[in-house]
Ligand binder design. Structure first.
Ligand code: OFO
Length: 184
């Protein structure tokens, strides 16, 4: 008896996303290694921590596919893109990556909706919320580098930014947590 509760299309999409999350971890690892090679220990630390989060996302997809009786397919992870040309470019790449990942998450959520697979639709809500946080976090990075001077940031501003990222929390506060007396 077939106990697979996922359609072939969703099973494939979830497997693809599992690989995408592994790829995301590789991207953050490579940017972190680049940052360290440039002497930015704080930025590297922030990106290494984030790579770890992406591996956790990968595990959630893996676990969910198994839970639904589907078949997990572990495939090759594509190589990360080329090194950033500077801190500004690094943060732009991070932001663009997160926007692309949000689109991939929305695509699976759409398929689940079309198929009326409410279990998968419900599972995907965690990622919809997570992507909101990830994009906010990436936007915060863009704000920080903008204030530091963008592409033309001077070394003292980059030094302060690097120190700041060493202790920047892994999760960004989102609008739903805001109150009148405690705005973001
Ligand atoms: Fe897995 O959220 Fe970033 O990519």
């Amino acid at each position: 008896m077939d106990t697979n509760r996922l359609s072939k299309k969703l099973e494939q999409a979830l497997n693809d996303q599992m690989t995408k999350e592994a790829h995301a971890a590789q991207i953050y690892l490579s940017y972190a290694a680049w940052a360290d090679s440039q002497g930015y220990k704080g930025i590297a630390n922030f990106l290494f921590r984030h790579a770890h989060e992406e591996r956790n996302h990968m595990m959630k997809f893996l676990e969910y596919i198994m839970e639904r009786g589907g078949r997990v397919r572990v495939t090759a992870i594509p190589a990360p893109p080329s090194d950033p040309s500077g801190v500004n470019n690094c943060f732009e790449k991070v932001f663009q990556h997160e926007v692309d990942n949000t689109n991939a998450i929305y695509n699976i959520t759409n398929i689940a909706h079309e198929e009326r697979d409410w279990a998968t639709f419900n599972f995907m809500q965690w990622f919809v919320k997570e992507q909101l946080e990830e994009e906010t976090l990436a936007m915060d990075l863009m704000d920080k580098i903008k204030i530091a001077g963008g592409e033309h940031a001077k070394s003292d501003a980059l030094y302060a930014l690097d120190k700041d990222l060493l202790t920047t929390p892994d999760d960004a506060p989102t609008a739903e947590k805001a109150t009148e007396d405690k705005p973001l």
